[in-house]
Design a protein around this ligand. Structure first.
Ligand SMILES: [Zn+2]
Length: 421
């Protein structure tokens, strides 16, 4: 979570004192969920998976695309989009923000998201405004909802925001953009719920996402034109949390973020300056990585995610059921269906053109079997917790012939004949 710092400018005897402070409850919700993320069993599970995904280079380098829906919750009755102080912010402002998010997560050269830090990395995660609604209709990924309430509390109004607009959090990253009270500028929900069988208190999936104050949502444009937080980094920071990253100082004096390449520091850079002041922990003085997106640095100083933060996110995507499902669903990009179906595309076909498609009403375990006509099992492909599958025949066999494809779920067995030439 990030909160706007209140800056007092005073000039006494020709000196200008640039003085800032913040109020105490900035990360109250986070400290509850960081307790969860600090659970010892969970940490060791993340660590095991971090090592595993590192070895499996394919998973570790695969570029992930996350579909995003932006819910603009505003109190402007006029229906006018954009303009000064209008919480019903323009498409242009939203697009500028999505560009920053991608520049930062992809470390794009010639943008503010680039760094040449030896531990800095391309997170290989893209964000894309959704192109289909949950019902399969075309969309630009931006939903505008008028509600007379002028501002929202990040603690008390989360459910209300979700009631006003929400898309399935197993298929989209929900971003609510609105006017926040009490100087808060951003809030994110950590991954919660099921982690590979380790079951933690499930938070409401309908509030899973990120909430951002509209005056910091975007890159120097529209209502996010002036101030320290108008380069779009609040969203980058919060999406880092949404993937399970912890603040660089570990939310306590000389705490840990479980990432060995972010220096241990005593606390956040909670100033309006991009100056890294040495920080002392256990008698060792270190230069803080104030350019890390998980610090509290002003937007213009930030440009770094590290290799270790990337590995942590990759591990969490493997083991957090919610994040894992979202990534799998995004890869398939199928619409949810009401009935289990098995369909064959380009039949008859070759083992590179013929495809077998499985559509399921929800995430399930299932098996796709390939049998010879005489009933001999040739190949079997097992799927754990997938929303469907698209398989090229060559993944099941290289040989020409006539086969039976069988889909087996807990409640259904469906078969189709295929001809490979
Ligand atoms: Zn934070």
């Amino acid at each position: 979570m990030r909160k706007k710092r209140i800056t007092l400018l005073g000039s006494i005897l020709c000196f200008i004192f640039h003085f800032s402070f913040s109020q105490g409850r900035r990360c109250a919700v986070e400290s509850k969920t960081t307790d969860l993320l600090r659970n010892e069993q969970l940490q060791s599970l993340i660590e095991q998976n971090r090592l595993k995904t590192n070895r499996q280079t394919r998973t570790a380098t695969e570029i992930i695309t996350i579909p995003v829906v932006v819910h603009v919750i505003h109190s402007d009755r006029s229906g006018i989009i954009g303009g000064e102080n209008n919480g019903n912010i323009s498409d242009e402002q939203i697009l500028s923000q999505i560009r920053v998010l991608n520049n930062d997560f992809r470390r794009i050269p010639n943008t503010l998201g680039f760094n040449d830090n030896p531990v800095g990395t391309d997170m290989e995660i893209n964000f894309e405004l959704a192109r289909k609604t949950p019902d399969g209709l075309p969309t630009n990924g931006i939903i505008r909802v008028y509600n007379p309430k002028a501002s929202y509390d990040v603690f008390d109004d989360i459910d209300l925001l979700s009631q006003l607009s929400y898309w399935d959090s197993e298929r989209y990253l929900n971003i609510w953009v609105t006017t926040l009270t009490d100087n808060y500028i951003g809030y994110a929900e950590f991954p919660t719920g099921d982690f590979n069988g380790l079951d933690f208190d499930e938070t409401n999936p309908r509030t899973d996402g990120v909430i951002i104050e509209h005056t910091v949502f975007g890159n120097r444009t529209g209502t996010a034109s002036f101030g320290s937080y108008t380069y779009g980094r609040t969203l980058t920071h919060e999406v880092g949390h949404w993937f399970g990253l912890i603040h660089t100082w570990g939310d306590s004096f000389c705490g840990t973020d479980y990432c060995e390449d972010t220096p241990q520091v005593s606390g956040p850079n909670n100033t309006n300056a991009c100056v890294a002041r040495p920080s002392r922990c256990d008698g060792v003085s270190r230069i803080p990585m104030i350019e890390n997106y998980l610090d509290y640095t002003p937007d213009s100083c930030m440009n770094t995610f590290t290799q270790s933060q990337k590995e942590r996110i990759r591990a969490i995507i493997e083991i957090s059921q919610r994040r894992n499902r979202l990534v799998k669903a995004a890869q398939l990009n199928f619409q949810p269906v009401t009935e289990t179906t098995l369909s064959i595309i380009n039949n008859p076909g070759t083992n590179s053109t013929l495809q077998i498609r499985v559509d399921l009403p929800d995430f399930q375990d299932f098996t796709v079997n390939l049998f010879s006509l005489s009933g001999v099992l040739i190949t079997s492909k097992e799927y754990i917790d997938f929303p469907g599958a698209l398989i090229t025949a060559g993944e099941l066999t290289q040989k020409k012939g006539i086969y039976i494809v069988q889909l087996q779920t807990d409640t259904n067995v469906l078969t189709k004949k295929i001809i490979l030439f």
